[in-house]
Write a protein of this length. Sequence first.
Length: 556
Amino acid sequence: MTNKNSDAILKGNARAPARAMMRAVGMQTEDFKKPIIAVFNTWTNMGPCNMDLDKLAVPVRAGIRAAGGWPVDFNAIAISDGITMGSEGMRASLMSREVIADSIELAVRGHSLDGVVVLVGCDKTIPAAAMALARMNIPGIIVYGGSIKPGKHAGKDLSVQDVFEAVGAHASHIIDDAELEAVEKSACPGAGACGGQFTANSMAMAMTFLGLSPMGLNDIPATSDAKNDAAFKAGETLMDAVRENRLPRHMITDNALRNAVTAMTATAASTNAILHLLAIAREAGVEFDIDVFDEISRSTPVIGDLKPGGQYMAFDLYEAGGSALVGKRLKEDGRLLAAATVTGRSIFEEVDDAVEAPKQKVVRSFSSPVKSRGGYGILYGDLAPEGCVVKLAGHGALNFSGPARVFNSEEACFEVVENNGIQKGDVIIIKNEGPCGGPGMREMLAVTAALVGQNLIDDVALITDGRFSGASYGFVIGHVAPEAAHGGPIAFVKNGDMISIDVEARTINVDADLKSRAQSWTPPVPKYTSGAYAKYAKLVGSASKGALTSFPFSKP
């Protein structure tokens, strides 16, 4: 192959020292002509989501070698959302997205590499990979490690969502210590990311519809024998993309982003997809507004009967026909737009290969949907002048009003919830958890799951400038912008203020004079004054724009 990026480090007499060092790691003279491909791994054994990615890298490297490339390995951090949820460490989760994207960029650009395969698992590793590919715009492919298989207890399929909800049920004395321990021991049977249409599986599907992952690869469960074969083929596919110069920005177009949003809406996916797709679009230089999510959600029924709001898990979706089946339904109903993929085939060609399992019930038709309206809404009003995100999965309510119960942190709210201090009709407000104020925009799964466990989730609303886990459901509203730390109106809400939410009208308002309260406001003292947390808080932008810390690509 001629005119490779890696010629910058290997070609010519002046590069003899670099070649000498590469000989030390195994390259021979004939190998210097090969494209050098980064195999960028987010492996860690701190949790099941990423624990098998070191093994999955083996067939990826083999596929690259078989197709004429030279693989080199790099590693990045990964933060387990499930483990850190509800703790101080959860602040690191969204921050890690930026660090991972930066790490990929620095390693690949720093060594003038010719392509990259990124192996991903837990939530933030997936959008981070896409952000880096969009930013660098060199041939790349994203390989998701796959979902965990369902746990089993008392004849019921379990995921980690059930453990969080069991905590709430235990606090309300609905279950005892023994039952909580039994659920805990049964929920996570081995390797793989959390099993519902939570953030990891949502974003893995989004990568497929963005064209950055081959159709079907990400659906394969982590422990399936088919995963290794798909990983080998991904290595080959990447080499083909290098030869044909298929670039991420060829894939990440307005059409592809709309396809991803439609797939997310049709499967009632995680609200984190909104944050991440906005960030990916900005890194790719595509003008893409948060209101697109509301527009598509209003016109797209939910056809995927998936947890947290539905019945089935990612493993069931794989057996039913996977993302290709979802895409085929979208195409048949005229909802899929023309777009390219990393394989060189169009998205239309990819979904045409879908194989639907006989009598499957996971993916319905548009003539018989799970819900007539998609799972997202974007609201504006007194409380959120820059917008906020309402998640509609798991319930049909489009209106809610009630008195505010205001908390200055997730921990303060959880303590009250755990002690059964929330009443039906309350509108829970958790502020100071935004991208800057948190910092890190923590997810509120511990709170929402506890409310589920107490059978309150359908009778309260929860509003925050933080985020929600993909496993959260109920009348939950996050990403409120501007956030409290930036003087957003959410900072001035008090206990007892009447909150009115109307999803159809796209409004979220407060019956109070927030402007007069703002006159005496002073910015809160930063929680961190040094280190990575402080740097993130200083750099991070609004959630309504994807909460980026980078300087996104803009077209001339």
